[in-house]
Design a protein around this ligand. Structure first.
Ligand code: GLY
Length: 368
């Protein structure tokens, strides 16, 4: 908490309220106005086998929900797992809510807000890298244990898209809002519009413009999407994810993170999963849903994550793509509080927070 306060103070966010109504008084005045709609347009540059051990999935046995509920451990307690190293601080921001008997989505929103508002994290929220035309566009989604969902895609000017996604879930008859409509909705809900480009992102973008090569970087600075899943004292599962997406992406590009089923899926009777990495590959296998459905058949979170990654590897190979140019990571939990994590290649980390654990762990991977 002390770290968080210091960080907010540095930003001048003395009156920031993390949660429902974001009123970032003083922030606009402190932020350099470097966002521009007149950025140079770089044209329409194009975006740049069978595994014998692969489990066959023809006769999927769907385990009855009641049986799954009966398997739930009476000793289940509060738990958070979050993608990448930055997950540790996000967990720290979320933990007081969770350990204070709070609701899982309140904890998740607080945790993700922390990373969204950190301008030094350049793949999420404020300070996220822009698209190739200089627009910082954000994606996020949130899901509870009952199938309530909310999502914003390609939203500009609002630093905390996870909170806007939650408002979509709670205050609209819809599940997704996009682009200007999402920003307009956010403003109507009390969120403050602001410039999201920070000087470092601007400089990186200017540097990128010299060659304008679209080449996603694997494990970029050991982070990407923040995806957080967890369980509260009452055994309620929930999840959220938030990202600025691929750096210097095409205008309008959407990744997996705001797409329920791809970047995030929660089944209150089974478990939860979230994804990070190259969103196009996650969408192709509807990754997070795939992992949760594998858990529904009775597999552990670890085995389920491994199956989804192997499926992605298989599809990459079939399409003649190189695995070492792609990174995907999944983290998952089940209702018994078991954890799984797996990535396509080495370098993916995740942070675990419970009463007995507070650490960042290096995930096992298919390729080293
Ligand atoms: N996983 C983030 C993205 O592809 O946008």
């Amino acid at each position: 908490m002390q770290h968080r306060r210091k960080f907010l103070k540095k930003l001048g966010l003395f009156s920031a309220i993390i949660g429902g109504k974001q009123l970032f008084a003083g922030l606009d005045a402190d932020q350099p106005h470097i966002y521009t709609n007149n950025a140079p347009n770089n044209g329409n540059k194009s975006l740049t086998g069978e595994d014998a051990n692969y489990p066959k999935n023809n006769d999927v046995q769907i385990i009855d929900s009641d049986k799954i509920i009966n398997k739930k451990s009476k000793t289940t307690t509060e738990l958070l797992i979050t993608t990448w190293n930055f997950g540790k601080l996000a967990n720290e921001a979320a933990w007081p809510t969770l350990s204070g008997n709070g609701y899982i989505l309140d904890a998740i929103e607080k945790g993700i807000n922390f990373t969204e508002l950190d301008p030094s994290e350049r793949s999420v929220g404020l300070g996220g890298r822009p698209d190739r035309d200089g627009h910082v566009t954000l994606d996020a989604c949130i899901m509870d244990e009952m199938g309530n969902i909310g999502s914003v895609v390609c939203m500009e000017h609002i630093a905390t898209p996870i909170s806007v996604a939650r408002k979509v879930m709670e205050n609209t008859p819809h599940v997704m809002l996009a682009a200007e409509g999402a920003t307009e909705f956010a403003v109507n809900q009390g969120f403050k519009k602001q410039d999201l480009m920070v000087p470092d992102s601007y400089r990186e973008w200017q540097e990128w413009l010299k060659k304008s090569e679209y080449k996603p970087t694997v494990n970029i600075e050991n982070h990407d999407t923040i995806g957080m899943i967890g369980m509260d004292k009452n055994g309620r599962l929930g999840g959220g994810c938030s990202t600025s997406g691929m750096a210097f992406k095409m205008r309008g590009r959407i990744g997996d993170s705001p797409i329920i089923g791809a970047g995030l899926f929660v089944d209150g009777e089974v478990g939860a999963c979230t994804a990070t990495g190259h969103g196009e590959e996650v969408i192709r296998v509807v990754g997070a849903h795939r992992v949760v459905m594998e858990m529904r058949t009775g597999l552990s979170p670890q085995a389920a994550c491994e199956i989804a990654i192997k499926d992605i590897a298989k599809k990459l190979e079939k399409r003649g793509k190189k695995w070492n140019e792609v990174q995907i990571g999944f983290i998952a939990i089940n209702i018994n509080g078991e954890i799984g994590a797996y990535s396509l290649q080495a370098g993916f980390t995740y942070a675990v927070r419970s009463y007995t654990q507070d650490e960042v762990i290096s995930a096992k991977s298919l390729y080293q």
